[in-house]
Design a protein. Structure first.
Lengths: 326, 292, 269
């Protein structure tokens, strides 16, 4: 996807996202929109590891768990404010991501998938059982909301705009990274690691960088999520939850930043629409994912890309005609 | 002392179930060089079909249910192979991994639709009865599991060594190209391999259903079966089974003597340890690291 | 005197061996190469040429023996570090990056020669932006050197086979190597394409890069090499200049019955 098309789609998506609360006035929808914002950041995080760098690591939900809990505990037990807790949360989550990324040198493919589920179980067990630290299965409540410009962000709308703004900043950061030599290096490791090494690209360092980026983004998402819900509990951080994010990324567009945004938005919204089906919506997701993998591996964002490129092409052609006419 | 014996027997029973699941992985791996991440879902489906449909709802006697289970699982395995695994044959490993995870999700949720979201209890052929020898008490179901597993292994070994079908499956597992040159239909053999692995998964589900409740969470056992192959070995059938037994015993003993809260974590830490330091397993051969 | 000799050689392989199970792919191979030379390694299929190159570039670990680059022991070094020191290669079975456009291939290979750190690069600091611009210009220049100038934005799989080989060479050159190893660069090429390749190899040598070429195409080997090393069954059976090797009995014997025996015979006349 040409850079201009990608940037246009990204801008377009965020404009729509920003307009949503104006269109949807229902409080419940506005509540859901906040989940969209958090999921966007989480899928962008996964994209660094799975999308850009091609590592099938299925344990990022463990980072999310640690991010949520770090923020929750730092604010409730140590009395930090939301903002004060963010840097340590990012640090802790990124450090965990770094640690769990180290084995990727030796462990690959299916084995890495197994290892990542192992991490989810271990982290989950620790969160559930280390009651003195985490309050065990009763969770942590009373997490404060952030303060911005002297006022606490109480409303759903307010928090949504706050999160979407953060998501937008992180999206811009993601494309800056993608276009830098590090983004190229990620893709080199994804497409052919060995060829990268013989031209001097150390694949372990690059993979670790991808993990750290994922950790940073997930830490921010964790701070947002725990602060929004004002409550965290350990049982949601499962392999199935992780698979949901994987679905969002694949459906949106694996390896694409606007794809991450699109996939997260669509599937989170769809989940709500399909609430009446209760748990059965996941069947639909699984079918969608398989269809996309077979027929449209670039994800839905590729379709958007063709549409935008088409419009852009026609615009350029019109400009050319106008120029020639003069 | 009695408690230790009980725990070991229980561990062996659980381990035999893991071993059967591991066998399913091993066969598919040897046939198509693919780790069937959805194997756990086969176990879950087997548990649902046997426990809920055949036993609870239709109330068939055990033998009838067993035979029906085997037939249904065989068909199910072949269907999965045709619909999902065949199109993935030459795909990139990333696509395969993502697809298999999706398949697991799909099966889990189809199960929710068919059998409802509530966990269900089911009785094995021996109910909750305990065998008591001296001061040792062990559920009959656990002994049953061990017996079934051992018998199955024995029958399988004989079938594979003696019958033509068995030899065909082994040939295809070892060298597809040569096998096809010798006129062996590898596609058919692969379908049969999936059918058999599916049967194994189903039997594992049947055996485990009375011990736990039947619910979609059962699919998580699949990963322990994968782990069992890592701990034992993928290539060696007995090694894979042994890996499962080992994990089962470690899980039960770990829960009793280390920490029952962290028992899942303990099992996975063992698996992670093997992945890091001995990925070929206890019985496998170290592969040359060529990086190519 | 002996110490000075060792430092003078850009590449030195000493008693290099590789066992795969019971098979000795390479058996006690030793040879050296002066800076600025073009050295060809030839031998029938299975003689160990690619295994040898894999060991030099760190792709495979030798069972025994030493590899020295500019006098420095690189035998057990990690691959990326060997590349950073100045040794790089192309692959017989072409390993390109299917989602990266042509220009990005060469640009990506500038990674190890780019000094800007993470934050300056990502936030486009002045010095980082300048470095990126310089890298792009160098990448374009290299594409021109190998003859791929018009194809900047094409994706690697869309290029014809010969051009994909040239892309691998351009990519390797982007790392500013001092030693470049080419694994069968002329495979599948026509006679005129081989002429162009020979010119390219000379151009590379003129930039101060020592070149090792694994090849079967005798036209390339006899025209371009300063030195030829001949392998058979993992062992060195001959070493010398083109004239010395051209009609060497053992070489002709080794290639007898293979696809290249006619080329070998023709080279002798």
């Amino acid at each position: 996807m040409p850079t201009r098309v990608r940037n246009a789609i990204l801008a377009f998506l965020f404009v729509i996202l920003l307009a949503c609360p104006l269109v949807f006035r229902d409080e419940y929808v506005r509540f859901v929109l906040n989940n969209v914002a958090v999921n966007i950041i989480l899928v962008m995080a996964l994209n660094f590891i799975l999308g850009f760098t091609g590592q099938v690591f299925l344990g990022t939900v463990a980072f999310f768990a640690v991010g949520c809990y770090s923020s929750a505990l730092l604010t409730t037990k140590l009395g930090l404010t939301f903002w004060q807790a963010v840097p340590p949360t990012i640090l802790i989550t990124a450090a965990l991501a770094f640690l769990l990324g180290l084995p990727t040198l030796k462990v690959k493919g299916f084995y890495l998938a197994l290892m990542s589920t192992g991490f989810i179980v271990v982290v989950g067990d620790v969160l559930k059982n280390w009651s003195s630290l985490t309050n065990g299965v009763w969770g942590v409540s009373g997490i404060p909301r952030p303060e911005l410009f002297g006022r606490v962000i109480e409303t759903n709308v307010g928090f949504y705009y706050f999160s979407i703004a953060l998501a937008a900043i992180l999206a811009v950061l993601a494309i800056l990274v993608e276009d830098s030599r590090f983004g190229r290096a990620f893709k080199v490791v994804r497409d052919d690691e060995l060829a990268g090494e013989v031209v001097g690209i150390d694949s372990l360092r690059i993979k670790l960088l991808a993990f750290v980026m994922c950790g940073v983004y997930t830490g921010i998402a964790g701070s947002l999520f725990s602060s929004f819900q004002q409550f965290v509990s350990p049982e949601i951080y499962t392999f199935d939850y992780n698979s949901l994010f994987m679905c969002m990324l694949v459906v949106g567009g694996l390896g694409s930043v606007p794809g991450s945004v699109l996939g997260a938005s669509l599937l989170t919204g769809l989940t709500e629409l399909l609430r009446f089906m209760r748990e059965k919506y996941l069947t639909l997701y699984a079918i969608i994912i398989l269809v996309i993998l077979i027929y449209q591996p670039g994800g839905l964002v590729a379709l958007l890309g063709q549409a935008f490129a088409g419009i852009g092409g026609r615009r350029l052609a019109k400009a050319e005609q106008a120029r020639k006419a003069r | 002392m009695a408690i230790v014996v009980q725990q070991v027997v229980n561990g062996l029973a659980l381990g035999c179930v893991y071993g059967l699941i591991a066998l399913g992985y091993s066969f598919i791996w040897n046939a198509v060089e693919l780790v069937n991440l959805a194997q756990g879902s086969f176990v879950m489906v087997g548990a649902f079909i046997f426990g809920v449909t055949l036993t609870n709802m239709l109330k068939f006697p055990f033998i009838v249910s067993f035979v029906l289970l085997v037939m249904i699982m065989a068909l199910f395995g072949i269907a999965c192979e045709r619909l999902f695994y065949r199109p993935l044959k030459n795909a990139h490993i990333r696509t395969v991994l993502v697809s298999l995870v999706a398949l697991g999700m799909l099966l889990g949720n189809l199960s929710l639709i068919i059998w409802g979201p509530y966990p269900q209890a089911t009785q094995g052929p021996f109910g909750q009865r305990l065998l008591t020898v001296g001061s040792v008490s062990v559920p009959y179901q656990n002994l049953f599991i061990i017996v079934v597993a051992v018998v199955l292994l024995a029958v399988q070994t004989v079938l594979f060594k003696r019958t033509t079908l068995g030899k065909v499956l082994r040939a295809v597992a070892q060298d597809k190209a040569t096998a096809s040159l010798m006129g062996i239909e590898s596609d058919l053999a692969i379908s049969l391999t999936f059918a058999y692995s599916s049967i194994l998964g189903g039997i594992a589900g049947m055996l485990i259903a009375p011990l736990f409740v039947v619910e979609t969470g059962l699919a998580a056992m699949g990963f322990k079966g994968f782990g069992a192959c890592v701990v034992g070995s993928f290539g060696n059938i007995f090694g894979a089974f042994a890996g499962g037994v080992l994990l089962g015993v470690c899980e039960i003993l770990g829960a009793s003597y280390v920490s029952s809260l962290y028992k899942e974590a303990i099992v996975y830490l063992i698996i992670i340890g093997f992945l890091l330091f001995r990925p070929e397993g206890l019985f496998g051969k170290r592969r040359e690291q060529s990086g190519l | 005197m002996k110490g000075r000799e060792a430092v003078d050689k850009v590449l030195e392989v000493v008693d290099l061996s590789k066992n795969f199970g019971g098979v000795k792919a390479v058996d006690g191979l030793s040879f050296g190469m002066e800076p600025g030379q073009i050295c060809a390694i030839i031998g029938p299929n299975g003689s160990g040429k690619t295994t040898c190159i894999n060991m030099i570039t760190g792709v495979l670990k030798p069972t025994s023996g030493t590899v020295r680059f500019d006098g420095r022991d690189i035998t057990s070094m990690p691959r990326a570090e060997i590349a950073r020191l100045g040794v790089t290669r192309t692959f017989q079975n072409l390993r390109l990056w299917s989602t990266l456009p042509v220009l990005d291939h060469v640009l990506a290979a500038r990674y190890c020669r780019t000094k800007s750190g993470f934050f300056p690069s990502v936030f486009r600091s002045k010095s980082a932006a300048l470095e990126e611009k310089a890298n792009i210009e160098l990448a374009r220049e290299l594409l021109g050197v190998v003859g791929l100038s018009g194809h900047e934005n094409a994706l690697a799989p869309s290029l014809p086979y010969g051009k994909r080989r040239l892309l691998e060479i351009a990519r390797a050159l982007a790392t500013e190597p001092r030693l470049l190893l080419l694994d069968e660069p002329a495979a599948g090429m026509s006679s005129s394409e081989i002429d162009q390749l020979i010119n390219l190899i000379f151009k590379i040598r003129d930039r101060g890069i020592s070149v090792v070429v694994i090849e079967h195409r005798m036209k390339l080997v006899m025209t371009a090499s300063d030195k030829i090393v001949v392998l058979n069954y993992g062992q060195k059976i001959a070493e010398g200049t083109a004239d010395e090797i051209r009609c060497n009995e053992q070489v002709i014997q080794a290639y007898l019955g293979t696809a290249y025996s006619r080329e070998v015979d023709e080279a002798c006349r």
